[in-house]
Design a protein around this ligand. Sequence first.
Ligand code: NAP
Ligand code: HSE
Length: 431
Amino acid sequence: MTALRIGIAGFGTVGGAVARLLLRDADRLAARAGGPLHIARVAVRDLAKPRSVALPAGCVGADALALALDPTLDIVVEVMGGLEPARSVALAALQRGAHFVTANKQLLAAHGAELAAAAGRGGGAVHCEAAVAGAIPIVRAVSHALAGDRVVGVAGIVNGTTNYILTQMGRHGVDFGTALAGARELGYAEADPTNDIGGHDAAAKLAVLAGIAFQCELQTQDVYTEGIADITQADVVAARELGFCIKLLAVARRQGTGLQARVHPALVPLSHPLAGVHDAYNAVLVEAEAAGALMFYGRGAGAEPTASAVLANLVDAAQDIRRGIGGRIEQPLQRVPLIDIGDVESRFCLSVGVADQPGVLGAIATVLGQHGVSVASMFQKGRSAEPIDLVFLTHTVRERQMRAALHAIVALPMVRRIAHVLRVADIGGGP
Ligand code: NAP
Ligand code: HSE
C-alpha cells in the first residue's frame, strides 16, 4: 500500500507531539489508516530553533503556503494557530482537493463556512476534532454520534488554561500570575494567553461546537464573552464558603427560535460534576431531545492529548482518501437569531461592600425588589472592618433587570463597592 504524504504546518507544542506520535506509532497508525502515513514536509516560522523531534533533512521549511500548495501532499495539518497564514494555508490545501486537519478554533470560528465551501468545491474535507476540548471527541459526538437527535444545549469547561488557573487558585492558594505562568510552562496556553484569560479561546470553541451541534453559522464575536481576569483569590474563597467553585463556562442553548451563546465565569455547586473538573481537564455536557443528558470529560489541552485528536483526524482523512470520500458539504448553514445577554435568565450571587449602618440592608433589598429581583438568601460577612460585605443569592431573574438593579445599588450612598457579581450556573447533569 502506498504511503499517504502529510504536510504539517507548525511544529510547536501540538505539531511536535503529532510528529513524535506519528513516528513512534507508525505501524499501528498505518493499520488503522489503511496504509502508512508519511511526514513529507513540515513548516515552521524559525528554522534555527532547536526541535525535540528529528526529521529527515530537507523536510523542514519556513513557507507554510508553499507546503499547502504542494500537489504531492494528500493531507495538510495546520497547527500554527492564528488567522493568517492559517486561512491561506487552509484554502490553498482545500482548493486543490487535499484533506485539511486543524486544531485551530480561531480559524474555524472566523472562516469555517468559507473553508467548508472550499472543501465542497475541491473534493477534500476539513477535520477539526482537536479544535474543541483537546482530547475529548466532542466534535465527533455532536456531528456523528448525535446526528439523529436534536441537540438543545451544550455547556461546559472548554479552556484548559483558565481551568488550570482557577484550580490552582482554589485548591492550592496559588496567585493568578503564578498559575498563569504554570499553564504556559505546561504548554496549555495560547501563544497570546489573553485569548485564554479573556474567554476568547473558549468563545471560539463554543462557536465551532455550537455551529456543528445546532447546524448554524456562528462566529467568535457572536458569543457573549467575559473572561476570568477580574476573578480574585477572595472571590474563589468566598465562593467556596457558599458551597460553590468558580468555573469559566461556555454555554449554548436553544431559547425559543433563537440561541444563547455565552462564555463567562459562573458559580458551580460543589456537588455538580463540573466542580470536579480540575486543572487542564475539560468537560462538556450535551443535552439532546431523545438521548437526554450526556457528559464528556478529558484532557482539554497539552501536547499529547491534543495530538491524539489530530491523529484521529489523520486516520479519518486517510480512510476517506482511500475510500474516495470527500467534498461532502451539508446544506448551507443558516444564521440563527442570537439571544441578547440581557434576555438570558440566571440566578446571581451579589456581594456588596457597605458602610455598617442601620437601614443599609433594607435599602439594597428595596432596590432589588423594585427591579423585580427576588432574593433567595442573604448573609453578612464579618463586622471587623468597613466596608462589610452583604452577600445576596437571587432567584432566577432576567439579566437586564439584574443590571438595572446593580446600577441603582451602586448609586446608594452607603454602598462602597460591588465586590463581585457572578451568575450561578444553571446546567443539567447535576445530582
Ligand atoms: P505553538 O507551540 O506556539 O506552535 C506554533 C507553531 O507554528 C510553531 O512551530 C511555529 O513555528 C509555527 N508557526 C507559527 N507561525 C508560523 C508561520 N507563519 N509559518 C510557519 N510556521 C509558523 O502553538 P501550539 O500550542 O502548538 O498550538 C497550535 C494550534 O493548536 C493553535 O491553533 C492552538 O489554538 C491549537 N491547540 C493548542 C492546544 C495546546 O494545548 N497547546 C490544544 C488544542 C489546540 P516556530 O516553532 O518556528 O516558532
Ligand atoms: N489554550 C487552550 C486551552 C489550548 O487552554 O484550552 C487548548 O485548546
